[in-house]
Design a protein around this ligand. Structure first.
Ligand code: SAH
Length: 477
């Protein structure tokens, strides 16, 4: 409704401070906090404190800030563009405020909003880009919360990208017509290959990408990111994965990826389920490869979202090969693999000093033949073994490992729905493991960890694996 927007009592502006003096009066924590904030700028800092605390003095020395060890006097403010009263003492702060105002210097008195001419924002710094959050001194905690959220949305390399953009502004104005082409160029510049090159720290490649983009008038083929979604809990996603999700035009996801993670994408992003839960393949791997290539050729930014880590039993190798062959640009974003989530749920040290110093990721599906695969030998030598997709091979894995000489008493931990609130934990020994195969009550994904290191886990919240086998036998009687 027009006219009803609340008015700001403090209006945000960006003040030029480069090489100009900012004075902070005070020798304790408050002064240090303001000094740290101002040190994110290229202002020249002067701290006035008769008896500065050692941390402040050390900080000033390490950060090229001038420290005047003398009683404060108005003359210290001369030539300043901003002043801070941060003495921690009300009458001393008031004196600084009065002096600053007499000299027409805007002043901020820490924790005394009524004495402030300006407030300092919570700051997201991607120099030359800055996002400043203000609450007019009312809610510093709120401001920090907003700051944290914005900070994770913005790539750490955004500042470098903005600097690069500034260096091309004239060239772009000369070479591209105002309007559609120029807008398209800048959009692709900030989201396409120049941005990706800067993100990986490759300035040379970024320059090449900008040249190509100028020639193509901002038109570029798409890009595919193979992204690990983590084990299920939505906050085990990496910040990079989240950022890419928010930028994606299309999200192609596996069945195991929870809705909460997919929902982090833009609302107008196209979502495609690529399926692949045991027994119900909604798309073949070839179809998925083809889909990714086609979407990228249409110029789409695609996120291929896989559970856990994309490079662990994720068939990422085949997708990478298809993208390479088609000349499509792609990147990989790691995720928390199920074994790590399961180990965390069980407080289980995957490597344990003096017990286990190596680790195996396997499915057990290669145990079918007569030859024992390498990993079985590693298990016998004490490696910790994580078995993915292991329910249907549980008996085979247990039997073959025992035949090969692993003790039936070797500890085993099983986690269903690792990292999720619905998780269930089971413990037992190798001789109990075959019981897992018959467990029709476990509907979620299951990860099994075998090895002596498992004995170091916390069994307070786990059920014995053997109990189910016994109960089943009882029921059959
Ligand atoms: N790339 C995935 C693995 C995909 S294979 C990763 O790195 O985790 C699918 C198998 O992963 C499942 O059969 C199960 O063994 C395991 N898995 C995936 N998520 C799991 C979870 N939340 N809890 C337990 N196991 C899980």
């Amino acid at each position: 409704m027009a006219g009803e927007t609340a008015k700001l009592n403090a209006f945000p502006v960006f003040m030029r401070v480069d090489g100009r003096r900012v004075v902070i009066v005070g020798g304790g924590d408050e002064a240090l906090a303001k000094a740290r904030l101002m040190a994110q700028s290229s202002a020249e800092l002067l701290i006035v404190a008769e008896t500065p605390e050692p941390v402040l003095a050390d900080w000033a020395a390490a950060n090229d800030a001038a420290l005047v060890r003398a009683p404060y006097e108005a003359a210290h403010l001369h030539g300043a563009v901003l002043a801070f009263a941060a003495t921690g003492d009300e009458s001393a702060d008031r004196a600084v405020v009065t002096d600053a105002r007499a000299l027409s210097i805007p002043v901020n008195a820490v924790d005394r909003p009524d004495l402030c001419d300006f407030f300092t924002p919570a700051l997201v710094n991607r120099a030359p880009v800055a996002v400043a959050i203000g609450t007019e001194g009312a809610g510093p905690v709120l401001a920090q919360m907003i700051r944290a959220r914005i900070d994770q949305m913005l790539s750490p390399s955004l500042g470098r990208l903005a600097t690069l953009a500034a260096s091309y502004r004239e060239t772009v104005e000369r070479r591209l017509a105002k309007g559609v082409a120029r807008r398209r160029f800048w959009k692709t510049f900030f989201t396409g290959s120049p941005a990706r090159a800067i993100e990986t720290g490759n300035a040379h490649r970024a320059a090449g990408a900008v040249e190509a983009l100028l020639r193509s008038q901002g038109v570029e083929t798409g890009h595919v990111a193979l992204v690990g979604a983590g084990p299920g809990a939505e906050d085990l996603l990496t910040l990079r994965a989240q950022r890419l999700l928010m930028e994606a035009d299309v999200i192609v996801h596996d069945a195991l990826v929870p809705e909460a993670v997919i929902a982090m994408g833009r609302r107008d992003a196209l979502r495609i389920a690529a399926g692949k839960r045991k027994g119900c393949h909604s798309k073949t791997q070839e179809e998925i490869n083809h889909l990714l290539v086609e979407l990228a050729r249409e110029g789409k930014r695609v996120v291929r979202l896989k559970s856990g880590d994309p490079l662990v039993f994720g068939r990422a190798g085949e997708e990478i090969a298809a993208l390479r062959e088609a000349g499509i640009s792609y990147e990989l974003v790691p995720g928390v693999t199920a074994a790590f989530a399961a180990a965390a749920d069980f407080e289980l040290p995957l490597t344990l000093r003096g017990v286990a110093s190596s680790m195996v990721f396997t499915t057990g599906h290669d145990l079918k033949g007569s030859a024992l695969p390498d990993w079985a030998k590693l298990a016998i030598d004490g490696a910790t073994v994580a078995v993915y997709m292991g329910r249907s091979t549980a008996a085979e894995v247990a039997g073959r490992l025992q035949d090969a000489g692993l003790s039936p008493e070797t500890a085993v931990a099983v986690v269903e729905n690792a990292s999720l609130a619905s998780r269930r934990l089971f413990h037992g020994t190798l001789s109990d493991l075959p019981a897992l195969q018959g467990r029709t009550d476990l509907k979620g994904p299951v990860l099994t960890i075998i090895g002596d290191a498992v004995a170091g886990a916390n069994f307070d919240r786990s059920e014995p694996l053997a109990a189910y086998a016994l109960a089943t036998v009882e029921a059959r009687r």
